[in-house]
Design a protein around this ligand. Structure first.
Ligand code: AMP
Length: 397
């Protein structure tokens, strides 16, 4: 083991980590620090099928990374195998179209993108700063969620608002989940090499959800926008709405702008409609016991996903593959079935038996073998992509 990478995903109140080896194929240890910034900060570390729980005091990102480093000092063979650190960074604006080795200019540029991701980028910067001080000899790499979508043309990424807002404030569609889409595009390319020269639609359906159209391995359109609020109905996010609703809700419910945005980000989506949960599994269980609002939420989720897929498909010459990924895309037969039912006019069909019997965690073709448009389930693996980018950049340099 001489290619271990520490992958860090530093969020506003949580920090996920994993150490991967074997070109990202083996997860040696993984864990999550939660409740950061609150009084119940804790770090859990999963290693050899056992879980250790460590209370964090003070409850912040620095303590979390110190906790991870202390664990590594007790597992010297793993620490000594580390060759680099890869950081997930949500927003790279228009500055980054691929992953980069982190230096002072990169840090400054991520800082400049803070306006575009005020919750995420400062948390990433904290993670980078502490990781640099704890692992001063390891090169650090930034992998951006937005980078894959930098190939969109301006016809796709501009909004129908005064162009001045793009010039003055960088207002445009950026798109997210890019690391997942890049992984899926490459993985499908391994299974079906011709897909790298074809039109591919991907639905990344998780608690956050989006779709992406990919032609010849490059993104041509995606459903999230300036922020990850746009596009599909999600766990707690509204997705696309009539923009006038913001003023309307604010006036009717007497809410400030930030309270109104909170409604759209945290109280809408599956949770808002079902008035029960943001969790697809919980809603499917409720639907099976005849909870109508749970069924409505799931059916709206599927319908909007289908619409956004076809909207993104207008940037493709042909639709050759549709891939489902993310926690819901990989695991929910019901959602896959409903999405494809909405797409029947486009000749997108799945084989019900294959859809129902696809084994969890594996890539599977769920359309008929002889059908031209192939429908797939491919489990995503953003950590592996981050580890590989880190390894490749370190080797190159
Ligand atoms: P993610 O954000 O990609 O981790 O996905 C989380 C979502 O996947 C949640 O809404 C989960 O309920 C959903 N999910 C995970 N497993 C299943 C399952 N077996 N059936 C339906 N939904 C699932």
């Amino acid at each position: 083991m001489n290619d271990a990478i520490l992958v860090i995903n530093s969020g506003s109140s949580s920090l996920k980590f994993a150490i991967l080896s074997g070109r990202g194929n083996t997860v040696i240890v993984e864990g999550i620090a939660e409740g950061l910034g609150f009084d119940n900060g804790r770090l859990s570390i999963k290693f050899n099928d056992k879980k250790a729980l460590i209370k964090l005091s003070p409850s912040d990102h620095k303590s979390a990374l110190i906790g991870i480093n202390e664990w590594l000092e007790q597992h010297a063979e793993i620490k000594s195998a580390l060759v680099g650190v890869g950081h997930r960074v949500v927003h790279g604006g228009e500055f980054f179209s691929s992953s980069v080795i982190i230096d002072n200019t990169v840090i400054q540029t991520i800082h400049e993108c803070t306006d575009l991701a005020p919750l995420h980028n400062p948390a990433h910067l904290k993670g980078i700063e502490v990781a640099q001080s704890l692992f001063p000899l390891l090169p650090q790499v930034a992998v951006f969620d937005t980078a894959f979508h930098q190939t969109l043309t301006e016809t796709q990424y501009l909004y129908g608002i005064p162009l001045r807002l793009y010039r003055d404030h960088h207002v445009r569609k950026y798109g997210f989940h890019g690391t997942s889409y890049r992984y899926i595009s490459q993985k499908l390319g391994e299974i079906k090499p011709e897909s790298l020269h074809q039109g591919v639609l991907v639905a990344h359906l998780g608690n956050g959800a989006s779709v992406c159209a990919i032609a010849n391995g490059k993104a041509t359109d995606t459903s999230m926008g300036l922020t990850p609020l746009d596009g599909l109905i999600m766990g707690t996010r509204s997705g696309s709405i009539d923009p006038s609703l913001i003023a309307f809700i604010s006036e009717k419910d007497q809410l400030s702008m930030s309270e109104t945005m909170d409604v759209l980000n945290k109280k809408s989506g599956l949770l808002g409609i079902s008035e029960l949960s943001n969790d697809c599994r919980t809603l499917e269980e409720a639907m099976n016991t005849k909870n109508n609002k749970a069924q409505l939420a799931l059916d709206m989720f599927a319908s909007r996903t289908a619409k956004q897929l076809m909207s993104a498909a207008t940037t493709l010459d042909t639709i050759d593959h549709l891939v489902f990924t993310g926690g819901i895309g990989e695991n929910s037969q019901y959602i896959r079935h409903k999405v494809c039912e909405h797409l029947r006019a486009f000749n997108i069909k799945i084989d019900q038996t294959k859809n129902d019997s696809a084994s969890k965690g594996d890539a599977a073709l769920i359309s008929d073998d002889n059908q031209a448009l192939q429908v797939w389930i491919i489990p995503t693996n953003e950590e592996k992509m981050i580890a590989l980018d880190t390894l490749n950049l370190i080797t190159k340099n």
